[in-house]
Design a protein around this ligand. Structure first.
Ligand SMILES: Cc1cc2nc3c(=O)[nH]c(=O)nc-3n(C[C@H](O)[C@H](O)[C@H](O)COP(=O)(O)O)c2cc1C
Length: 422
């Protein structure tokens, strides 16, 4: 898709600079030519040699290099590009771009260019949330600068929130979006992202805490070869288990049949039916937090048979009668002495998402409900992204649509905050 497109990649001095290696590789895989400019600060994070090797081109960093200026002046750098991509874009470069400063090669090229500019901001959540940065984003959006990200998630500085640079493939998608006319600059009135939620956490805040996560569908046997199940992919539950483990928790993941890769660093217990899932959950107790993300079948077949049901010509199809499955969330929430300090349920709804989730929280006796809309049009089942509402005793917090990994990271951060803050 990017065959022959010339990308001038401006790398600035943020911790996410290491991701530009992958970005260069991904852009070149798609046929783009990549030439790099680095700020002085960027050279502290990644070496010009690594970018030169990956881009197979000279890397430019010094504005006053006689050789560079005679071979490829700062104006020429922008002239020879189809698109300028700033990744990672520091708070500093956004401020310089907004103010029109030109005190090094990167900012001078950005001021001198008449080409489109796509920026991938990457910074600490408070730097991103700062009114100065937000005003700069608005200014730049108003001038037609294109944005990708930032994403929300745990940060290198033990904080959680928006500010992480988009992943290389997301930046590639934005580059492709630009060339296919699908990427538009943000509306300056809406350029402000959702109010950022910053959560400060100590390092590995869940060390010494135990967590139980259920994930995936359950399978309720009809006979030895047939079953009743649902479309749950286990993606969200597995991501939550991984996110809790990343914060230091000792995690048991009880999963129904899924094709997700096993998350690293968690104890995985594979089950099929709701009865088995309940048994595995009880065996994992006591835990500090239980997150019930599995889509447990509400019903199971009243009487399973040990031999395959046969189709007899002329005979009516067999009637299958159902009985209720155990309610794993309600059981864990009732719990007695073993009740986890925090019990979190999921509510997959297709209508009245929030109202149903609020009622479910009451009915099940759990502490929090993560409600999501799984109507066919949303692509939630099996999809990459999720739009969720966190329902607690304090009210409803609606999160922006984000990847399931980002939902997991945010939920894990909230859990850590709750457990650590007491
Ligand atoms: C370890 C470390 C990590 C940093 N990470 C970031 C970052 O992710 N985002 C950012 O805006 N600034 C970050 N900074 C600050 C910038 O490096 C600093 O503002 C610098 O002047 C940016 O220069 P540049 O915009 O010319 O590259 C970091 C600084 C240090 C020491």
């Amino acid at each position: 898709m990017l065959s022959g497109k010339r990308i001038l990649l401006i790398v600035t001095g943020g911790i996410a600079a290491f991701k530009c290696h992958d970005l260069i590789r991904r852009l070149r895989e798609r046929g783009a030519e990549v030439r790099c400019v680095m700020t002085e600060a960027a050279t502290r994070f990644v070496t010009p040699l690594s970018l030169q090797t990956l881009s197979e081109d000279k890397v430019y960093a010094d504005m006053f290099s006689l050789t560079d200026e005679s071979e490829m002046g700062h104006i020429e750098l922008s002239r020879e590009a189809d698109l300028l991509v700033v990744a990672p874009a520091t708070a500093d470069i956004l401020a310089k771009m907004a103010a029109g400063l030109a005190d090094d090669l990167a900012s001078t090229v950005l001021l001198a260019t008449d080409k489109a500019v796509l920026v991938a901001p990457a910074m600490n959540v408070r730097m991103w949330a700062h009114p100065a940065t937000q005003a700069n984003v608005m200014t730049l959006g108003g001038r037609g600068v294109l944005f990708v990200g930032p994403n929300e998630g745990p940060m290198a500085c033990n904080e959680y929130g928006p500010g992480r640079m988009s992943e290389p493939l997301e930046i590639v998608a934005a580059v492709e979006g630009y060339f296919t006319g699908k990427l538009a600059p943000p509306d300056p009135r809406q350029a402000l992202p959702q109010p950022p939620e910053a959560i400060s956490l100590p390092h590995r805040p869940l060390l010494g805490r135990r967590a139980l996560v259920t994930s995936g569908p359950t399978r309720e046997a009809i006979d030895p070869v047939r079953y009743i199940s649902n479309h749950s992919s286990g993606r969200q539950g597995h991501a939550i288990a991984a996110a809790l483990a990343a914060l230091g928790a000792d995690v048991t993941l009880v999963s129904g049949p899924v094709t997700q890769p096993d998350p690293a660093g968690v104890r995985l217990v594979k089950v099929e039916s709701a009865d088995q899932m309940l048994g595995a959950c009880k065996a994992a107790l006591p835990v500090d937090v239980a997150v019930c993300a599995a889509a447990v079948a509400d019903w199971k077949v009243a009487k399973t048979v040990n031999a395959k049901l046969k189709k007899t010509p002329g005979a009516p199809p067999p009637a299958i009668s159902l009985v209720a499955n155990p309610d794993i969330l309600a059981t864990l929430a009732a719990g007695g002495a073993d009740r986890p300090a925090l019990v979190v349920g999921f509510a997959a709804e297709t209508e009245d998402v929030i109202a149903n989730a609020v009622a479910k929280r009451q009915r099940k006796g759990c502490d929090w409900i993560v409600a999501n809309d799984v109507s066919p049009g949303t692509g939630t089942f099996g999809g990459e992204r999720n739009t969720v509402h966190l329902v607690t005793a304090d009210g409803v917090d609606s999160w922006p649509t984000q990847t399931k990994d980002a939902v997991a990271a945010r939920l894990a951060a909230r859990i850590a905050q709750h457990l650590v803050a007491g």
